[in-house]
Ligand binder design. Structure first.
Ligand code: GDD
Ligand code: MN
Length: 402
C-alpha cells in the first residue's frame, strides 16, 4: 500500500456483541495500548478537526501505540469517506463503515471488537467532549484504574448552556436509573457519560446487548470493573451538525434499564418469576371467563375455576422453564425431565394456594387486617415461597461431578 493511498475500510465484525479477550494482533511494529472509538452519524464537518486534535494529543504520549477508530453508520453526508480520506495523513486512524447495523451503542461495541488495544475508549465526534481531558482519563488508567469516566457531576464538571427542562430531564433519568438499577447507576456520578475508557479484560468475553444510547451503563452492568476513576468536564455546546437525541432515546433508556433489571444479579430471577406469575393472573381470568361466563361455555364455578387455575399453572411453568430458569432447564434436557419439573411445580403451586388461603384467614380473622390488604400480603408471601421452593426443588441445579 503506498503512503498516499487511503487505508482500506475495516471489516465490520458480525455475530454476537462480544469483545475478544485477546486483541487481534497489531500488524506492524509495537503493540497498540489504547483504542479510541469515535462513533459518527453525519459528522463530516467535525471529523477532520477531532482527528487532528486527538492525534496531536496522543502522538507524544503514546507514539504509535494508539489507534483511532471511526465507526460510521453510512452517513448520508459521507462522514466515513471524509474520515477515510484522512488516513494517509493520520496513520493511527482506521475507519469502519456500517451498512446493516445502526445505533450508537452497537457502533461502539463493533469498534471495540476490531480494536487492538488493551484499553478501550469512546468519545463523541462533535467536540462536545473536550479532547484535552483524554490525558487525564488516561492518567486514571495509568494509576491502576480499570475504568476512567469523564463526568459532568464531579468537581470541574458541568454543562454549558442547558435549559432548565433539559437539566431536569437529565437528572430525572438518572434518579429513575438509581431506583431501578442502583447497583449499576450508583457506581458513577455520571452514568450517562459517553466519554470513558475501560480495560479490555473487564469486559472481554461478556455478551453485550445494549438498547439505545447509554453504552456506559451496559459496560458497568455486564463487565467486572472494580476500580473506577472519574474526571470532571464541562459538556461543550455543539458547533457543527446536530444532536440525534429525540424522545426515542428516553424510551430506549427505560427499556435498557428494565432489560438489565430482569437479567442482572440474584434478584433478577425473582423479578422474572414475579412477572411470569403476574401473566398467570391474566391467563387464569381469561380462561375462567371463557369457561364460566353464560355467554361462553357456561360451566359450573368450581370446575371452571379449577381448570383455569391449572391452565395458568401450565402457562407459568412454560415461561419459567424457558425464561426464569432457562439456564438451568437447558442443562436438564429431555421430555421426561421437563415433565418431572412440571409435576413438582404443580405440587408446589398447589401447596402455595393452601398457604395463601391460610394466611388470608389468619390475617383477616385473627389480626383483623382488611381483606384486600390480607390478600396482597398473602400473594407476596406465597410468591416468595413458590419461588424459593421451585428454585430448590423443580429447577434444582444438579451438581455434576467433574
Ligand atoms: N455510528 C453511530 N450511529 N454514531 C452515532 C449514532 C448512530 O446511530 N447516533 C449518534 N452517533 C454519534 C454522533 O455522531 C456523536 O459523535 C455521538 O454519537 C453522540 O451523539 P449526539 O447526538 O451528539 O449525542 P448528544 O450530544 O446528545 O449526547 C451526548 O451526551 C450524552 C450525555 O448525556 C453523547 O455524548 C452521549 O454519548 C452522552 O451519553
Ligand atoms: Mn453531541
Amino acid at each position: 500500500m503506498s503512503i498516499s493511498q487511503p487505508h482500506d475500510l475495516l471489516p465490520v465484525p458480525t455475530g454476537s456483541l462480544q469483545i475478544p479477550a485477546i486483541a487481534p494482533a497489531a500488524d506492524g511494529d509495537g503493540a497498540i495500548r489504547f483504542s479510541l472509538i469515535i462513533p459518527t452519524f453525519k459528522e463530516s464537518k467535525n471529523i477532520p478537526k477531532i482527528v487532528d486534535q486527538l492525534t496531536s494529543l496522543l502522538d507524544p504520549v503514546l507514539p504509535n501505540a494508539y489507534e483511532l477508530i471511526v465507526v460510521d453508520d453510512n452517513s448520508p453526508d459521507g462522514t466515513w469517506e471524509v474520515a477515510q480520506s484522512l488516513t494517509p495523513q493520520y496513520p493511527q486512524l482506521r475507519v469502519m463503515r456500517r451498512i446493516e447495523e445502526r445505533g450508537l451503542s452497537t457502533a461502539v461495541i463493533r469498534g471495540w471488537q476490531a480494536a487492538r488495544g488493551d484499553v478501550l475508549g469512546v468519545i463523541d465526534a462533535d467536540l462536545q467532549h473536550p479532547t484535552e481531558l483524554l490525558l487525564k482519563l488516561w492518567g486514571e488508567i495509568a494509576r491502576g484504574g480499570d475504568m476512567a469516566v469523564a463526568s459532568r457531576h464531579v468537581e470541574g464538571g458541568g454543562v454549558s448552556d442547558w435549559s432548565l427542562i433539559r437539566r431536569i430531564l437529565s437528572r430525572g433519568a438518572q434518579t429513575l436509573g438509581l431506583i431501578i438499577l442502583p447497583e449499576v447507576i450508583g457506581r458513577v456520578s455520571d452514568p450517562m457519560s459517553g466519554y470513558f475508557m475501560v480495560r479490555r479484560q473487564c469486559i472481554a468475553g461478556r455478551t453485550m446487548s445494549p438498547v439505545g444510547y447509554k453504552i456506559l451503563i451496559e459496560v458497568l452492568a455486564r463487565g467486572r470493573v472494580p476500580w473506577i476513576g472519574e474526571v470532571g468536564y464541562v459538556f461543550q455546546e455543539r458547533q457543527e451538525g446536530e444532536s440525534k437525541v429525540t424522545w426515542k432515546q428516553y424510551v430506549d433508556y427505560l427499556r435498557h434499564l428494565i432489560r438489565l433489571r430482569f437479567s442482572l444479579g440474584p434478584i433478577a430471577r425473582f423479578f422474572r418469576f414475579g412477572l411470569v406469575g403476574f401473566s398467570g393472573v391474566f391467563v387464569d381470568m381469561a380462561v375462567f371467563y371463557l369457561l364460566h361466563d353464560p355467554s361462553m361455555l357456561g360451566w359450573r364455578l368450581t370446575r371452571s375455576a379449577a381448570i383455569s387455575g391449572e391452565v395458568a399453572i401450565i402457562n407459568n411453568f412454560l415461561w419459567n422453564d424457558v425464561w426464569t430458569f432457562g439456564d438451568i432447564s437447558s442443562r436438564q434436557k429431555g421430555k421426561r425431565q421437563r415433565f418431572k419439573r412440571l409435576l413438582k411445580f404443580n405440587i408446589i403451586c398447589l401447596t402455595g394456594l393452601v398457604l395463601n388461603v391460610t394466611i388470608v384467614n389468619i390475617l383477616f380473622n385473627i389480626f383483623h387486617v382488611n381483606e384486600y390488604a390480607a390478600k396482597l400480603i398473602a400473594i407476596a408471601i406465597v410468591t416468595v415461597w413458590n419461588f424459593w421452593l421451585n428454585f430448590k426443588l423443580s429447577w434444582r441445579v444438579t451438581e455434576v461431578k467433574e
